[in-house]
Every structure is written in structure tokens, then in C-alpha cells.
Design a protein around this ligand. Sequence first.
Ligand code: 5GP
Length: 165
Amino acid sequence: MAGSAPVGRGAFVFSSIGKLLASGYTAAMNIFEKIVSREIPATIVYEDEDTLAFMDIGPVIKGHTLVIPKTCYDQVAGTPDVVLAKLMRVCKQIAAAQMKGLGADGVNIIQNNGKSAGQVVPHIHFHVIPRFEGDGHHWNWHTQKYNSPDEMERLAAKIREGLDG
Ligand code: 5GP
């Protein structure tokens, strides 16, 4: 009957999910969603309707701040452009504030995608890391050489193909 409440198994499923949510069930939430929902504490430095910036619990350099969207997206390629634009605007503000407020000489903005790239929390986040002359931190950045200009060109061609897809 049109407009009536769902009946049978569907009704049971809806009612069970409702009860589960009402009971505060959060097993599927990642650590950053729990910070957004205030289930676990964080030291927040900036918040707006869509974005949160808070201190990283394990700073590479003290002052290391994470910038996240309140809605969970995993990696950059699956995150809407409008969300990325907001995140980058907040990263810019935090970077400027680290220079002004902490006296940082420079800032690294880093974003990891996937386990192979070092992403641990499956909720897109930008690391905004203040840098100070002589802070002693060095990225483990080993550069390689292409075997030939042709090898570089072949890889570039594959990336161009990916852009088309
Ligand atoms: P990823 O390796 O995924 O790019 O970075 C995850 C970051 O989250 C790490 O730098 C880690 O220190 C930080 N982190 C993990 N758990 C927590 C937490 O519970 N609270 C805060 N503030 N930071 C966290």
C-alpha cells in the first residue's frame, strides 16, 4: 500500500539499524570520524562546517597539524574537488599560522594515499608540518634515475592515458 510503513523483513532491518545507530554504535568509524564526532578527544586548532584541523598525536615536528574533512573520503582520487579545495584553503591558513604563531621558517604539506604510500588512517588528511632551520628532520627521499629518456617518456605516456580514462 502506497505511503504505508515498510513491513516484513525490511521493517525489521530498518528498525534494527535505527536501534543500532541510536545506541551509539561506532565500530565502523575510523579514528578521525571519532574525533569529528567527539567520541575521542583531540586538540583542535580550527573548525568550520566541513573541516577540522587538530594536532597530530605523533608529530614529526612539534606543531604538526592534521587537516581533515568532516565527511570521510579515503584517498585523494575519490574526494570531490569542492572538498579538496576547502581542505587546501585550510592547509594554507594553518601553514601561515604556523609561520606566524610558531615562528616556523617553512612548512611541509603532505598527503599519503594508500598503504604503499604510508597512509594508515583511511580518511583523507593533509599533514601540515612546521619546519625550523636546524630542526634536524630529513625526509628519507632517495632519488632514482631513469634508465633512458625513453623510459621516462613511456611512463609519461601511461599517465597521459590515465588522464584520458
Ligand atoms: P597517515 O600515516 O595515515 O598519513 O597519518 C595518520 C596520522 O594520524 C599520523 O601522523 C598519526 O600520528 C596520526 N594519528 C593517529 N591516531 C591519532 C589520534 O588518535 N589522534 C591524533 N590527534 N592523531 C592521530
